[in-house]
Design a binder for this molecule. Structure first.
Ligand SMILES: O=C(O)CCC(=O)C(=O)O
Length: 315
């Protein structure tokens, strides 16, 4: 059986946590699952070549302490405002809950394109710490990349206590850059561990270039997003992270999360980028123009820009 069956029944008593030097903090041994060390980078200083090599080889890099505690608070407060309907957004009905009511964080499990109406979220697209890494990796596997990149999606994913996990998938399936530049940025706004819905990944799954189709399902403990099938998930590993650390990962990397067994909400901001040259046939457009140019020239500038379509999903 693959690791899909591990989540809810997972017995944390059996976990041993060992120190593994300054950059590799955890080496978890859980029954028959040996969870490999996850290399952890710090913003200052880091070796650019080492980070790029790690991203290409692993399909992800974890960088610690990118989003400061006060920035995390700003994003969480904005998430509560968004959920409350404080912004003019057609898909969210205003609700009269006080801003410090924790339930506001998880009124919706998914909130799509909040930067379309929230200036706070929009400013995080070009956050200096994120861009320090993105400048190196977005086109790291694209021949003749000129360093330019754009953002096509922001999204909140909040797992409330007892909330279901997200199914296995590759982000490249719905967002077809096809030049392998799609880069997901996953920013947990609380500490995330096995018990409270940390991300899981399948090592090396970004390498083959195969895209696994997604199907509807009725799995318990998994939310209603479609699930990718056709691969072996027995080598999956959890990526436990502190709040404000950031996981940068390839759009081809298979990933998922599990049910939140904790008592606290697990809010996460995600942002997606690709090279500026990527011809993005998405959302019914031949070349999607609801983009924010982040670095360099936009070669399709003459096609103009549109406002992203906003959306929410309860579960
Ligand atoms: O946050 C999660 O639980 C899953 C997020 C995810 O799969 C994604 O951002 O593509």
């Amino acid at each position: 059986m693959g690791v899909n069956g591990l989540s809810a029944e997972h017995d944390n008593e059996n976990l041993q946590v060992e120190a593994n030097g300054p950059t590799d903090k955890r080496h978890l041994l859980s029954g028959k699952y040996i969870v490999k060390m996850i290399p952890r980078f710090q913003l200052d200083p880091f070796d650019s070549q080492e980070l790029v090599d790690a991203y290409i080889e692993n399909g992800f890099v974890l960088v610690e302490d990118v989003i400061l505690p006060e920035e995390q608070e700003e994003i969480k407060t904005d998430l509560a405002k968004i959920n409350r309907g404080d912004y003019s957004c057609q898909v969210i009905d205003p609700i009269g809950w006080p801003l410090d009511d924790e339930r506001l964080l998880g009124r919706y499990m998914y909130i799509g394109q909040p930067h379309a109406y929230s200036p706070t979220i929009r400013q995080y697209i070009a956050h200096s710490g994120l861009c320090q890494i993105l400048d190196l990796i977005v086109g790291a596997t694209v021949p003749f990349w000129n360093g330019a990149y754009k953002c096509m999606q922001t999204m909140f994913v909040t797992k409330k206590p007892g909330g279901n996990g997200s199914p296995w998938h590759q982000d490249e399936h719905p967002i077809p850059t096809r030049d392998r530049s799609l880069t997901g940025v996953w920013i947990p706004l609380s500490d995330t561990a096995i018990d409270n819905s940390c991300l899981w990944i399948i090592p090396d799954s970004h390498k083959s270039g195969v895209i696994y189709h997604r199907y509807s399902h009725n799995l318990p403990d998994v939310d209603s997003m479609t699930i990718a099938r056709g691969f072996d998930d027995s080598s999956a590993i959890p990526v436990e992270m502190g709040a404000g650390s950031v996981l940068f990962f390839s759009g081809y990397l298979l990933h998922s999360s599990k049910k939140n067994l904790g008592k606290a909400y697990r809010p996460t901001l995600t942002i997606h980028y690709c090279t500026s040259t990527s011809w993005l046939s998405w959302q019914g457009e031949l070349n999607y123009r609801g983009v924010v140019q982040v670095r360099g020239e936009d070669p399709y500038q003459a096609e103009g820009y549109i406002s992203p379509r906003t959306w929410v999903k309860v579960e």
